[in-house]
Design a protein around this ligand. Structure first.
Ligand code: NOJ
Length: 445
């Protein structure tokens, strides 16, 4: 990263954090909780999301803590299993709970960004085939409509699905996540199901927004993870092409065309798909350096390793702010939609990397804006250390540490660095002597 002067985030830019119900709420019963019960040992250290960080009960204090640090936006997910515990039975107290979360965000001056599906499913739907169930799009649209009715008045920014490509890869192609159905054919059927679910829910949200004269802005949170062939290998270059397109572009291209593109479809029109994206939610963490590998059939014959020239986070993912800038610019140029960075963050055991990571990645976003991209905001993953799927509580992505014994919250030094940006709109120079937390000492707001 080339050193430079402090940069400014634009007026009205949304800045805050993102989270997901299963990772923070506790007290859930869904397909992931059932996996925990039935297949102990899948999650590292036997960790459980049963309590998570008890955000369900503590959301007011948690949101107040984030708002107190100057955040102007908050992304969270609604848990379908909580809202519709039995098919067709909507739990009004659960809907009221999420209406309360939205209201709390508003009272605290944070724009809510609401995700409807963040990896987990009600068990009743999982039992009917989950996203493969031909009825899943209709059911998802009904649930979306119930949410829109309960708290849509106060919500402008919606995300139907979080990372459908990741669910397709990990739930189906590779099979480590529920529903553990490792099959390339099912992976394509899952992709098709998720695309139809998105289209159906987007239609419901748009209709509900139009009916109340307050247009809903709808997207997915797309996980962009460019596959970069190792230099000098022709096999890697050819090998990376198909998985890269399938993982990084198939869903978005299908949305833009309004059709189910090959290989999951034959170009058939999907009702409601065209025009279903009003902006582009972007989750970006890392690029993958890939090589051809004939043993990696579930990954379409590519395996990846971190670029040796880049630093790595505690999960071994390489860190490259330039990758975020490239992702924002290329998506914005290709799709001509405003981009919202709906996730970006770093697994960092001792909060040694996060301050620098934040400064460098925020600068990358501003540089992308200077390159011509329309960027709505930046939501850091995540506010509080939480349940990181198969990694359990071992991977620490939060600005705020959570004591696992007492659940007490302790903001980390990086939270203060981020707060500085949120409060002043100024991103300090990346190379300030004295380390990240000292960067603030020299800046006047
Ligand atoms: C993206 C996912 O949406 C989120 O659930 C996960 O915790 C982060 N990546 C970090 O792996």
């Amino acid at each position: 990263m080339v050193p430079g002067p402090p940069l400014r985030i634009p007026e009205g830019f949304l800045i805050g954090t993102a989270s997901a119900a299963h990772q923070v709420e506790g007290g859930l019963w869904n397909d992931w909780m059932r996996m925990e019960r039935d297949e102990p040992g899948r999650i590292k250290n036997g960790d459980s999301a049963a309590v998570a960080i008890d955000h369900f009960h503590r959301y007011r204090e948690d949101l107040a803590l984030l708002a107190g640090m100057g955040h102007t936006a908050q992304r969270f997910s609604v848990e379908w299993a909580r809202v519709e515990p039995e098919p067709g039975h909507f739990d009004l107290s659960a809907l009221r709970h999420y209406a309360g979360v939205v209201a709390a965000c508003r009272e605290l001056g944070m724009e809510p960004v609401v995700t409807l599906h963040h990896f987990t499913l009600p068990v009743w739907l999982a039992d009917r085939g989950g996203v493969l169930d031909p009825q899943a799009p209709r059911l998802f649209a009904r649930y979306a409509a119930a949410c829109a009715e309960a708290f849509g008045e106060e919500v402008r920014w919606w995300l139907t699905l979080n990372e459908p490509n990741v669910l397709m890869a990990l739930g189906y192609a590779e099979g480590q996540w529920p529903p553990h159905r490792r099959s390339p054919v099912l992976a394509l059927r899952a992709a098709a199901g998720l695309l139809r679910m998105h289209a159906a829910a987007a239609t419901a949200l748009h209709q509900s927004g139009a009916a109340r004269g307050r247009p809903a802005m709808v997207s997915i949170a797309h996980h962009e993870r460019p596959f970069r062939p190792v230099p000098g290998s022709l096999a890697a270059r050819f090998g990376a092409w198909a998985p890269d397109l399938l993982f990084n572009r198939w869903f978005l291209w299908s949305c833009m065309r309004g059709r189910m593109l090959p290989p999951a479809g034959r170009g058939e029109v999907v009702p409601g798909l065209r025009g279903s994206l009003d902006y582009l939610g972007l989750n970006y963490y890392t690029d993958e350096r890939v090589r051809f590998d004939w043993r990696a059939s579930s990954r379409l014959f590519v395996s990846s390793d971190p670029d040796p020239s880049l630093p790595r986070n505690s999960l071994g993912w390489s860190i490259d702010p330039g990758g975020l800038r490239r992702a924002v610019v290329s998506l914005s140029e290709e799709f001509r939609l405003p981009v919202m960075v709906t996730e970006n963050g770093v697994a960092d055991e001792d909060d040694e990397l996060r301050s620098g990571f934040l400064v460098d990645h925020l600068r990358a976003v501003v540089e992308a804006i200077d390159d011509g991209a329309d960027v709505l905001g930046y939501l850091h993953w995540t506010g509080f250390d939480n349940f990181e799927w198969l990694e359990g509580y071992g991977a620490k992505f939060g600005l705020v540490a959570v004591d696992r014994a007492t659940l007490e919250r302790h903001p980390k030094p990086s939270a203060e660095v981020f707060a500085g940006v949120c409060r002043t709109g100024v991103i300090p120079a990346p190379d300030h002597p004295g380390g990240a937390s000292a960067r603030w000492a020299c800046l006047s707001p």
